[in-house]
Design a protein around this ligand. Structure first.
Ligand SMILES: Cc1cc2nc3c(=O)[nH]c(=O)nc-3n(C[C@H](O)[C@H](O)[C@H](O)COP(=O)(O)O)c2cc1C
Length: 225
């Protein structure tokens, strides 16, 4: 039975997140009888001490990392988790099975290619620890895709997501050396309308948090002359 560790790298661990939702699909498609699946939540792991989770990663045949794009790269919390794993490996031996690594990165903007740099970072990290990076699933419009699951504008996106996970399933079991291409996914929705709705969402959240629209443009750090 293949051992797979599913890592949820979203820092919003108390909320319903897109990353957690995408991992639910991975869990459902990788069949119980064929995989031993373990879920790691990066927030909780760092809070409780990550060594038990690092031990799971050390034994894994495959690692699937799902996380949001933060400032065009990885959330700081996930970077810390991965950097500390690299240190853990130096103290506890190398990746035993040269695990295959997959990334599912989702971002707020509709263009999936924005996630390419973060996927590359996971590729470099994998290489650095002696694991084998295989491919990334780059999801644009993540909040919409996770909110409207598999209906209307996100129906095709979910079909593509499930096809990408099935590709993961066969890739984990295959001996093929050449890695598959990254898979871009986005909702079928007019870009301008999507951005307009996104803007409304920011204003709604500002109001909920007791601040005005103008406060969204405040600069926390003043320019030093
Ligand atoms: C601090 C922060 C930084 C973000 N940076 C980006 C970004 O650079 N580009 C982007 O398209 N979306 C960005 N987003 C939006 C998130 O990637 C998006 O909301 C995502 O769906 C959150 O995923 P999650 O629900 O799994 O946490 C950012 C969100 C936050 C809170």
């Amino acid at each position: 039975m293949k051992k797979v560790v599913l890592i949820n790298g979203s820092p919003r661990h108390e909320e319903r997140t897109a990353s957690a939702g995408f991992l639910t699909h991975v869990e459902a498609i990788l069949k119980d009888g064929e995989y031993e699946k373990q879920l790691v939540n990066v927030c909780k792991s760092l809070k409780n001490g990550p060594d038990a989770d690092y031990a799971k990663l050390l034994e894994a045949d495959a690692i699937v990392l799902a996380f949001p794009l933060y400032y065009f790269c990885l959330p700081g919390l996930l970077t810390r988790f991965l950097e500390d794993y690299e240190k853990y490996l130096r103290e506890h031996g190398e990746q035993k099975k040269h695990a295959k690594v997959y990334a599912i990165v989702n971002c707020g903007f509709p263009e999936p290619e924005i996630n390419e740099e973060a996927v590359r970072v996971i590729g470099c990290f994998s290489h650095h620890i002696g694991a084998r990076f295989r491919f990334g699933v780059m999801i644009g419009g993540g909040p919409m895709i996770s909110e409207i699951e598999g209906a209307g504008p996100t129906k095709k996106a979910y079909e593509k997501l499930e096809a990408a996970i099935r590709m993961m399933d066969s890739d984990i079991r295959s001996e093929v050396v050449e890695a598959p291409q990254n898979v871009p996914i986005q909702p079928s929705f007019p870009r301008r309308l999507y951005l307009f709705m996104g803007g409304m969402g920011w204003k709604r959240q500002a109001k909920k948090n007791g601040i005005k629209k103008a406060d969204l443009y405040r600069r926390p750090y003043q320019k030093v002359e």
